[in-house]
Design a binder for this molecule. Sequence first.
Ligand code: PLP
Length: 368
Amino acid sequence: MVEPQQLIRSFIRDLAPYIPGEQPAAANALKLNTNENPYPPAPEVLSAVRDCVDGRLRRYPSPTSAPLRKALAAYHGCAPENIIVGNGSDELLALAIRCFVTPISEASSSSGSVVQYFDPSYSLYPILSRIHHVRGNAVSLNPDFSIPDLQALQEDAAWDEDAALTFITTPNAPSARGYTTDQLRSICATLNGVVILDEAYADFAEENAAELGFTMPHVMVSRTFSKAFSLCYQRVGYFIGDPVLIGAMDKIRDSYNVNGLGQVAALETLRRLDYYQERIEWIQRERALLMEALEPLGFESLPSAANFVLTRPTRGAAKSWFDELRKREIYVRWFDHPRVRDYLRISIGSSDEMARLIAAMREIWESV
Ligand SMILES: *Cc1c(COP(=O)(O)O)cnc(C)c1O
């Protein structure tokens, strides 16, 4: 008899998959663990989706997400050829590795098979590297989660200027720290491979680096409708970049990679930007209020340019706070990772949700 285990490629058999944040079942659960937007999509977005739920579902959607790419091009002031849309930006991150990084066994130089990223940053990158059987190269951020200055980077033996692909999460996750376009530009200028600026949270920041996707031919900028535009469920993300790199990725994507309802929702979202801008401002305000409320409880929060806060209790262990909150059906994120084990990552919710969180934290504070 064939043993199914033996049919699996050996590195996949041993692969530890990505662990998404918990999806609690309880109706009264307060979910502050995956950086979802607390507000629903604009009413017009919901009705646009509803309006196409009929017999047309039997048809394939636009294979190239053509209407959406056209609208995104108008939004960013570029051509549709500068844009590729994916089934969430996660799909495009994986596609970029397949497109630009050579598997270890075929590479003629070691850097040709290197995917480089900062540590800590989005924990999906090392896993995608393993899935595609290329080398992940983690380069340490400074203790305050800033990016080392150029000279320090160049002196760091781990830094590989020839890495086939470098991911920079900006604003950083899980720290929420923002980086300036000037610093990103100078780092990109020293790199000889492809650079992807993962701007999943850029809409919550003071500045973004979209221009680098147009001015530097080896730089692409990754955006998503998941976070600022309340569309996690629909899975729509996109890259902006040079038509040559975008075109290469376009060749290897699945023919109908973005579902039709997602395309419709994203397209309508771009017509309702005022609705989202207002809510982004509400989230920024709640972010400041949360940090203020946590301070008397002894929490030290990092500055945030995103819709979440990384904060460190000075009384009680972070894991105990996580467990105590969980007992109250409040779900935040705690990472069992050396650099962030002492912190909680809390997504910003509505003011009612933040009030419930803060009340629970005051109660826990009495007992730790
Ligand atoms: C949420 C997130 C993504 C993925 O977004 P999707 O478009 O939903 O796949 C990518 N990068 C970072 C850093 C994220 O936090």
